[in-house]
Design a protein around this ligand. Structure first.
Ligand code: GAP
Length: 490
């Protein structure tokens, strides 16, 4: 649906959400910058994520680690050998493509995880040609997506830009385990940049070469059947977890947690599926039918995962359900790998046993989630409205004088200055009041405060709500309380 993509990109660029990096030089494939509204929206999404997944749990914390990692650490994690995509290169124009994407674009079916030989055979069978010049493809090959670096003046220290934030946590696991007084389960989150030299970045912020992840690594005892003890089956009575299994991707079933466990998924995994779904549909207000988990099969899963469901949102701008996050059961893959390479013991003593903790990873792409908010909540009818959940709105309140005379701007400025200390506000005195409301609606501002002649007499103002356009009259002194109640809802 290119029309929808163009609408959202146009809104983003015109208003200050997202645009291509270095666009005065024609852009830079796979790199995007956030403008003032995008940065605000992203920060609020990150805060909501942090509260829902990290601050809500005992012994879960945010950490922050470097974006450059030494070669050995990524050799140990398996990224040096396995973090690859299949590259198809045109023998005529030299353009490179992801082999699985060429097949997916041609057939509509997932080709993730196919080997170079299988992709070659399928390209041949379908007689696919270069989309740029109709040339023939060379034999496909594996391409490692990490950005290599030569660190130091002599360039002798091999390193990479991190391809995922997760490794920073694993490298610090032992230190945090000691600092946090040796308790399992322990959750460590990182929110930060990751880098992948994507063969063919595309669809705006969907496939970027530098992007932001919000990842939580939960270390737990694989024999603790009660984990996570902070949640119980009864918490999810009546919840239908929306799942599409590998064998029938088009069929989304709403299953209870018990039904998912009957299908062989462990409790700790199912509980986190429920927690993730509730983040999207209850907290952020995504329509349930736009949300689903999609199971990945053995060939499709990342090399470190034993159980892997993608979290997908149906995005009109990107042509259907697209991955925005994943729940990954990584077992002891990473800690064992680092133990072997570094000779540092990663095992811990807990519950009378010694073991290497297993890891459940909740991995979210922040940029994809921000795009999905724009896609899900932007309505373009007679009125263009971005119906963002109010706590995520980058501008929380517009403050306007009805007219630019009679002392109204002075009082409006006073109100704006008072509110700005606590809320994200925008002062606007230009154009008709209708135009000012429309500009705020389009960037998602949930409330507009207008100062009129009555305000001068009785110290009250109108507060207009974005979606209904309903207006109420409130006292100026009561505004902070009124806004707090309306905006601080999660
Ligand atoms: N630590 C696990 C991991 O990195 P992943 O499925 O490769 O798993 C996790 O990535 C999330 O990061 C994805 O669900 C997606 O939202 C985001 N992501 C991955 N590659 C991306 C890219 N090239 N551009 C934007 N976001 C990306």
């Amino acid at each position: 649906m290119p029309g929808r993509y163009d609408d959202i990109m146009s809104l983003s660029v015109r208003k200050g959400f997202i645009w291509p990096t270095a666009d005065i030089y024609g852009g830079f494939g796979g790199f995007y910058d956030y403008g003032h509204l995008g940065a605000g929206l992203k920060r609020k999404w990150e805060d909501a994520w942090l509260r829902h997944f990290v601050k809500s749990e005992d012994n879960y914390y945010l950490v922050d680690t470097t974006t450059i990692l030494p070669y050995r650490s990524l050799k140990a994690s398996g990224h040096v050998d396995h973090f690859t995509d299949v590259m198809a290169k045109c023998s005529n124009c030299g353009e490179s493509f992801r082999g699985d994407q060429l097949l997916e674009d041609a057939t509509g079916a997932s080709a993730e995880g196919m080997s170079p030989d299988d992709i070659d055979a399928k390209l041949e069978e379908l007689r696919l040609k270069c989309p740029e010049c109709e040339g023939e493809f060379e034999a496909t090959e594996l391409f490692n997506m990490m950005f290599p670096l030569a660190v130091g003046p002599a360039g002798t220290d091999d390193a990479f830009l991190r391809p995922e934030t997760a490794q920073g946590v694993y490298l610090n696991f032992k230190r945090e385990f000691e600092a946090l007084r040796r308790r399992i389960p322990m959750g460590l989150a990182i929110m930060g940049r990751a880098f992948r030299n994507e063969i063919s970045p595309r669809q705006g912020t969907y496939r970027m070469r530098e992007f932001i992840q919000a990842e939580l690594q939960i270390f737990f005892d694989p024999e603790d059947e009660g984990f996570p003890s902070s949640m119980s089956l009864s918490d999810f009575d009546g919840l239908g977890v929306r799942v599409a299994f590998e064998e029938d991707r088009e069929n989304v079933q709403a299953l209870s947690c018990q039904e998912l466990m009957d299908k062989g998924l462990p409790w700790f995994y199912v509980a986190h599926m429920a927690k993730v779904q509730s983040f999207y549909t209850d907290l952020l207000g995504y329509p349930p039918e736009k949300f689903r988990f999609a199971e990945l099969g053995e060939d499709e899963r990342a090399f470190y995962n034993k159980i892997h469901f993608d979290i997908q949102i149906d995005m009109g701008s990107l042509g259907g359900f697209k991955e925005v996050a994943g729940i990954h059961y990584r077992t002891d893959h990473d800690l064992s790998g680092h133990e072997k390479e570094s000779h540092e013991k990663m095992s811990v003593s807990s519950g009378g046993r010694r073991f290497i903790p297993h890891v459940l990873e909740l991995s979210f792409g922040v940029d994809r989630n921000v795009w999905s908010l724009l896609d899900t909540f932007y309505k373009k009818n007679e009125r263009s409205i971005l119906k963002l959940p109010p706590p995520l709105a980058p501008i929380e309140a517009g403050v306007f004088p009805l007219l630019s005379k009679d002392g109204l701007p002075e009082l409006a400025r006073e109100v704006y200055t008072r509110l700005r200390k606590e809320f994200d506000c925008f002062y606007d005195a230009s154009g008709s009041i209708g135009k000012r409301y429309a500009r705020m609606d389009e960037i998602g501002t949930p409330y507009c405060i207008t100062i009129d002649h009555d305000s001068l007499k009785d110290n009250t103002v109108t507060v207009r709500e974005r979606d209904t356009t309903d207006q109420t009259r409130e006292g100026i002194d009561a505004l902070p309380d009124v806004l707090r109640k309306l905006l601080r809802t999660f």
